[in-house]
Design a protein around this ligand. Structure first.
Ligand code: PNS
Length: 169
């Protein structure tokens, strides 16, 4: 007998300041597990990033436009509340190395304590992206380092423009 299937929706939350190839890899692979993924940028007024939320959103959409089953949003407050309101039953996170583990473990356990119905699913980051992080990319780019292999072309362009503009001002 064929039962009806619940749509599997996951939230892929993050700062995405900016999106990297590692994030794109996680979303692509996550889509094999979930029917829909909501890529959600945390809007944290206390934490000023390099890029504005609008700039991050533009780069996210541009770099993921070839992937089906995605929607994009921003959120503030608790992630589990946002997941609940969005009809998502899972939180998708990428895990790079041992250094990520402690923070991710804490986050997952706290989220589970806050809402037991939402599961955190981890995907191991692809080996190619194991050393790729938004912060290390920003630091390298700031001092003229070549980051073309680690970010989508739109991010490479925007980050160069951003640091050029900062030097002028
Ligand atoms: O890309 P990041 O910065 O590692 O993403 C962190 C994020 C956005 C997943 C995390 O900071 C978050 O979920 N913040 C929202 C507040 C919240 O629910 N925190 C966890 C329970 S206290």
């Amino acid at each position: 007998m064929k039962g009806y299937q619940v749509k599997r929706v996951a939230i892929y939350p993050g700062s995405f300041d900016p999106v990297t190839n590692g994030h794109i890899d996680i979303v692509r692979r996550g889509r094999r597990l979930f029917d829909e993924i909501i890529v959600a940028i945390l809007h944290n007024p206390n934490k000023k990033g390099l890029f504005s939320i609008d700039e991050r959103m533009f780069m996210l959409k541009e770099s993921m436009k070839g992937i089906s089953g995605l929607s994009f949003d921003t959120f503030d407050g608790l992630l589990v509340d946002y997941a609940n309101q969005s009809g998502a039953n899972a939180i998708l996170r990428g895990m790079r190395a041992v250094s990520d583990f402690e923070y991710e473990f804490q986050l997952a356990l706290m989220n589970r304590k806050l809402n037991r119905h939402i599961q955190t699913v981890f995907l191991m980051t692809g080996l190619r992206w194991i050393f790729t992080s938004s912060s290390i990319i920003k630091e390298a780019a700031q001092f003229g380092g070549d980051i073309t292999d680690m970010v989508p072309p739109v991010v490479n362009k925007k980050i160069i423009e951003k640091f050029k503009a900062r030097k002028k001002s």
